[in-house]
Design a protein. Structure first.
Lengths: 442, 254
């Protein structure tokens, strides 16, 4: 086997130009598929991170209860059971936050706009404060003013408000009563409002007052987990731990409506009539459910990339077959000599097949090296792109993330196709009669 | 002598302290006014229809005129509001069936659940403004003053919601003493900030019902935003049952 490999390698080295062109064609295909996989893989990771920062966690718990007047409201009261679960799973929780939220109309003078507003405890939201990109003002002031608000820059521009000025917010309490509050603008931040993730932040205690909630109540518990791969099982622990006996057996994971620019990607079916219950019922969702829609799109992109890759390989395969047929004709006398000196048919075939394997592997290595260089260069460029594109970027940079499995898979496909392309010329060469080969004029 | 004075002062204070709440709690005649206001706003024995012409003034969007046909049947808490103008919103409708208020959009041919607490379109009127009053059941009297509004002698009544089912937790009413007409309303948020002022300068009597035919709603948070509503083509003729159905809204749009 070593001999056949050695001969095959020597043959490739003999025809450097031809080998370079063949391996180059394979390398180009490998480059395209690797870049495509790395880009989509990186984008998924970046979007997941950005979603996590924007939503404030990887696992989200909401609570619903019925009022005496028969209204369903969303809030979580202090709950020993929930506290116990948080304590028991503390090792898997990197950080958690308790937030309230509203969609008030913000008013400044005669201008008004609707804006998502989160009520956060700024003392426990280091991650949030670190992730916000301040364009004007100071984030530190949120700890000074009880009714301080951090506004997305476009919202500030729309209202015509400056840092230090006070805006009005008109909102409804949880039970639908009208309420008005005053917020002092302390900072403007960049945001990704085109993707429906534009958010302003104020203190939870102040927002709770306006929503008609107690200071210790909140609406969403967000958790960052230490290991994202365990997020499904982690969410299940909380789902099961928080289920009340009257909720019955475990249902399928709750559906999540992912909104892009305010439009649901996959609108939920109309809700069925609900029978009121006692106490709080919890819903536990996790980032992977939100990412399902994104991963679906990425999966389609990857499949499109694979099809392009296969088309490129088929074209290359035709080239390899032709080249190997030519090589067989060129080496007819050489084959005859080798056969005359006692080389078996199988060994002749193997020489050709090893050549194809080496070409495939060389192409793969070339493609991977090129993809690595391009990723390195592009990945170090900081793009000052539109805010909507920033959502796909990490600190303004494109992230490339290719999995070892996809590299091995793509290499295997390349080698297999190269072998397939070389098989018939190799078989024809092996079946050649030594007598005829030696008497050949080629 | 000094001691005597102290005793007298203490006695007077006692009388004031114990007497004032007793006096403040006696709102029976005001509550009776609220009941009359509610009763005279309800079409219990007849149906009611009219055309509402609304002029919505928005400082950002400008002035828009809307024409809405209104059908009301208070027995059963039903109403139907069909938008006839502007052309871009023609065919949109609001149907109240008991506790459920539906909004129909002919462009999507879909009904969406909405609430009486919501604003009507982009106006300063609320969907609840097109039905009967329920002051006596939804609010309790917090206090009142006597005063004048223009040439009218009025009670200025402070109301507080009895629960959280009404949109405005606090309301102030200016009600004429002699004829029980609400001339002005002020609606306040939970933080007691004035949100909306309603003016009702003109009334008409339709059977047993006294109803305003001119209304002005002023947004007190956005200076310059207000909505004027004029009521015309008033009729108390019977309205067929099928008018208060979803099928009817869909059909009139074809």
């Amino acid at each position: 086997m070593f001999l056949t490999m050695k001969v095959a390698f020597r043959n490739i080295s003999r025809q450097k130009k031809r080998s370079f062109l063949l391996a180059g064609a394979i390398a180009f295909g490998m480059l395209v598929i690797t870049l495509m996989n790395a880009l989509t893989g990186g984008v998924v990771g970046t979007i997941r991170d950005n979603f996590s920062h924007a939503l404030g966690g990887h696992v989200f718990i909401t609570g619903q209860e019925w009022t005496d007047a028969g209204q369903m409201i969303m809030k979580i009261r202090p709950d020993e059971n929930l506290d116990r679960l948080l304590e028991e799973n503390a090792a898997q929780i990197e950080a958690f936050t308790r937030r309230s939220q509203a969609m008030p109309t913000m008013i400044f003078g005669s201008k008004q706009t609707m804006q998502m507003l989160y009520g956060v405890d700024f003392t426990e939201e280091d991650k949030l404060l670190d992730s916000l990109v301040v364009t004007q003002g100071r984030l530190a002031d949120v700890l000074v003013e009880e009714n301080a608000v951090i506004l997305p820059q476009p919202v500030g521009e729309r209202l015509g408000v400056q840092v230090g000025e006070t805006i009005l917010i008109r909102l409804e309490t949880l039970t639908g009563q009208q309420n008005v509050g005053e917020l002092k603008v302390v900072a403007f931040i960049e945001d990704q409002e085109e993707l429906g993730l534009s958010a302003a932040f104020t203190s939870r205690s102040y927002l709770n007052t306006l929503l008609g909630m107690d200071q210790h109540e909140y609406q969403i518990l967000n958790m960052f987990v230490t290991d994202l791969s365990l997020v499904d099982s982690f969410a299940r622990i909380f789902r099961e731990g928080l289920r009340t006996p009257d909720e019955g057996e475990e249902e399928a994971e709750p559906q999540v409506a992912v909104m892009v620019a305010g439009v649901p990607l996959d609108p939920l079916a109309e809700a069925e009539e609900i029978t009121p219950w006692e106490g709080t019922r919890y819903r536990v969702m996790h980032i992977n459910q939100i990412m399902e829609a994104v991963e679906l799109v990425v999966g389609v992109l990857n499949r499109v990339g694979l099809v392009i890759f296969l088309i490129l390989l088929v074209v290359t395969m035709v080239g390899i077959t032709n080249t190997f047929r030519m090589m067989m004709i060129e080496r007819t006398k050489e084959i005859g000599t080798m056969r005359a000196f006692g080389m078996h048919q199988k060994q002749v075939k193997n020489i050709f097949l090893w050549e194809a394997t080496f070409l495939g592997l060389l192409g793969c290595v070339g493609g991977l090296v090129l993809a690595g260089v391009i990723s390195l260069i592009v990945g170090n460029i900081t793009f000052d792109a539109d805010p909507s594109l920033q959502f796909f970027l990490n600190q303004g940079q494109v992230v490339f993330d290719v999995s070892m499995a996809s590299v091995i898979g793509n290499t295997a496909i390349v080698v297999l196709i190269s072998l397939l392309a070389a098989y018939w010329p190799a078989r024809a060469a092996a079946r050649m009669s030594p007598m005829k080969a030696l008497s050949s004029h080629t | 002598m000094k001691n005597m004075m102290s005793v007298v002062v203490a006695l007077v204070l006692c009388v004031l302290v114990t007497g004032l709440p007793a006096q403040a709690q006696d709102f029976s005649h005001i509550e009776a006014i609220l009941e009359r206001l509610d009763a005279q706003s309800r079409f219990d024995n007849t149906d009611f229809s009219s055309v509402l012409t609304m002029v919505v003034e928005d400082v950002e969007k400008g002035i828009e005129k809307m024409v809405v046909r209104q059908f009301r049947r208070d027995d059963g808490e039903r109403f139907l509001l069909l938008i006839q103008e502007p052309v871009t919103e023609k065919g949109q409708g609001y149907l109240l069936e008991g506790d459920n208020l539906w909004f129909y959009d002919p462009s999507s041919r879909q009904f969406a659940h909405t609430s009486l607490k919501e604003n009507f379109q982009d106006s300063d009127a609320r969907n609840a403004d097109f039905g009967s009053n329920s002051y006596s059941s939804s609010y309790e009297v917090e206090g009142y003053l006597e005063g004048t509004l223009g040439n009218f002698e009025v009670y200025i009544i402070d109301l507080k919601a009895v629960d959280d089912t009404v949109p405005f937790p606090f309301v102030k009413l200016w009600v004429t003493k002699d004829s029980d007409l609400v001339l002005r309303t002020e609606e306040y948020s939970l933080t007691y900030r004035l949100m909306r002022t309603g003016l009702f300068p003109k009334y008409t009597k339709v059977g047993d019902v006294v109803m305003p035919v001119q209304m002005v709603f002023i947004d007190e948070l956005v200076p310059g935003n207000k909505t004027q509503i004029s009521v015309s083509e008033i009729s108390v003729s019977d309205i067929p049952d099928h008018v208060f159905t979803k099928a009817y809204i869909e059909r009139v749009n074809r």
